[in-house]
Structures are given as C-alpha cells and as structure tokens.
Design a protein around this ligand. Structure first.
Ligand SMILES: [Zn+2]
Length: 96
C-alpha cells in the first residue's frame, strides 16, 4: 500500500460514492467515521490507488494504448467503483 496521502480527486470520488462499510454513514472527508468511529484509512488508500489508475488509463488513452488503458480502468473499478470510473472503463472497452 502507498504511504502517499490521497489525492484531492480521490477524496471527491469517495465523497460522491462511498459510505462507511460498518454503519453506512456518508463519508465526511475524515479518516475516522463520524458515526461509529471505524478506521476509514484503508478505504482512502484503495480509493487513492483507484484514482491514480484512472489517471494512468486516461494518459494511456491519449497515447493510443487502449488495451493497457482498459486494464488500468478495470483494475481501478475493482478497487473502488464509481460512476465516472464505469464510464471510463466503457470507453476503454469500446476502443480496445
Ligand atoms: Zn461508520
């Protein structure tokens, strides 16, 4: 796992689509759930990795490497599925 802090875009992805896996409270941009106190750090790490994979997929799309882009988009969706990630994966799948 990466020790880097989550990129701001990853936090926006989490805020838009994630909830506490313990109590389902909405994510409130904190490492600890405001309702039940669960440690959300691992969720942040996975979301940050997914965000970076989507960035890489977009770069690969611009470079014309559609199959590698699809691989990155699929891996990102496995780590943290988002509506925008699903759209990116669909675009990659059409071009690959
Ligand atoms: Zn909670």
């Amino acid at each position: 796992m990466s020790a880097d802090p989550p990129p701001l875009g990853a936090l926006a992805d989490i805020a838009a689509s994630a909830a506490c896996p313990v109590c389902r409270a909405r994510f409130r941009s904190a490492v600890t759930c405001s309702r039940c106190g669960a440690d959300l750090g691992p969720l942040l790490v996975l979301s940050a990795r997914a965000f970076r994979l989507r960035q890489k997929a977009r770069t690969l799309l611009r470079e014309g490497d559609f199959r590698q882009a699809l691989g990155c988009a699929v891996e990102a969706e496995c780590l943290h599925a988002t509506p925008h990630g699903a759209l990116l994966r669909a675009v990659c799948a059409c071009l690959a």
